[in-house]
Design a protein around this ligand. Structure first.
Ligand code: C2E
Ligand code: MG
Ligand code: MG
Ligand code: MG
Length: 291
């Protein structure tokens, strides 16, 4: 009967919630163990300046390869890390690794390359000493403050303390990127107030750009505004030649995406640098255009 069906549905629904909860707890325990056993790693994805054809920056992205499950995506475990208080350990590990790896690239002669790290909102709580943690990592690695970028998301933009802290870091020379820009709630105030150095247009927006004339107008205006304010615009998740072409027409000069490369281990990135930054620019660009 209807009643029984209803009860059945409710029971099923509760079961789902319970399963989800158990999965989460299992992932939490697995993550805790992985951190302890130092199973996390950092990969880097290049950001290419179209104008010069050079890699100007690498975004550091945390990687977790599990024996049974294979790669577990940060999209799945970063929220768990945030909820259960592991994000500080992960964030600090990625930051320190990224600064040391950058130092290695600089030592190899690629001194104009910089690195970008993601920070979660939880990491910016007053008690966390973010300023000290970040400056310590930079100084221990012996890289210039100017070659570190900190990526924060728009949703963090509502927290005033965060912006005071970011300002202190910026005064030191660290650059700030507004990540996942154009997703959901967007505010121009941090751009107008000149508080950021980069805007990163989210992949979802880049994907919808082709079919949406209004979005193209928006990007074109955003790029022009950003340019006049000395802010650089990075398009994320660029996968195709058509997207690249469109973004070039809209004036967006910095490209990150599988079209060029996914995130890779340090050694593979050094090979990319040798390819992109040491050889003649025009050869590389011509090569890519032929792909
Ligand atoms: P994000 O900061 O927006 O990073 C960009 C994401 O887009 C990365 O996913 C990257 O691999 C992916 N991506 C780049 N180009 C393409 C493309 O052409 N196609 C597709 N399909 N994807 C592309 P990833 O590495 O899975 O990271 C997901 C999110 O997890 C990141 O988004 C960031 O929010 C978070 N995350 C990653 N590493 C860290 C970290 O060390 N700390 C913190 N707090 N968050 C991190
Ligand atoms: Mg990011
Ligand atoms: Mg992003
Ligand atoms: Mg994103």
């Amino acid at each position: 009967s209807a009643k029984r069906n209803n009860r059945g549905n409710v029971a099923l629904h509760n079961q789902d919630i319970q399963n989800a909860h158990l999965n989460k707890i299992a992932l939490r325990d697995k993550l805790r163990a992985a951190i302890k056993q130092k199973l996390l790693n950092v990969y880097y994805q290049p950001i290419i300046e179209q104008n010069s054809g050079r890699i100007v920056k690498f975004e550091a992205l945390v990687r977790w390869f599990d024996d049974q499950q294979g790669m577990i995506s940060p999209g799945a475990f970063i929220p768990i890390a945030e909820e259960f208080g592991f994000i500080h350990q992960i964030g600090q590990f990625v930051l320190e690794r990224a600064c040391l790896d950058l130092r290695h690239m600089h030592d190899l002669g690629f001194t104009d390359v910089s690195v970008s790290v993601n920070r979660s909102v939880n990491e910016f709580k007053v008690s966390n000493n973010q300023f000290d943690l970040i400056s310590k990592a930079v100084e221990q690695a012996g890289v210039p403050y100017e070659s570190l970028t900190v990526e924060v998301t728009e949703s963090m933009a509502t927290n005033r303390y965060t912006w005071e802290l970011l300002k202190d870091l910026r005064d030191k020379g660290v650059e700030i990127a507004l990540d996942d820009f154009c997703t959901g709630y967007s505010s121009l105030s941090h751009i107008i107030d000149n508080q950021v150095d980069y805007l990163k247009i989210d992949k979802s927006f880049v994907d919808s750009l082709m079919q949406d004339k209004n979005k193209q107008i928006m990007i074109s205006c955003l790029v022009s505004m950003a340019q006049q304010l000395g802010i650089k615009v990075i398009a994320e998740g660029v996968e195709s030649q058509v997207q690249l072409q469109m973004l070039a027409e809209l004036g967006c000069d910095h490209i990150q995406g599988y079209y060029y490369s996914p995130a890779r281990p340090l050694n593979a990135c050094i090979k990319l640098l040798e390819e992109f930054n040491a050889r003649g620019e025009s050869t590389i660009l011509a090569e890519i255009k032929q792909r």
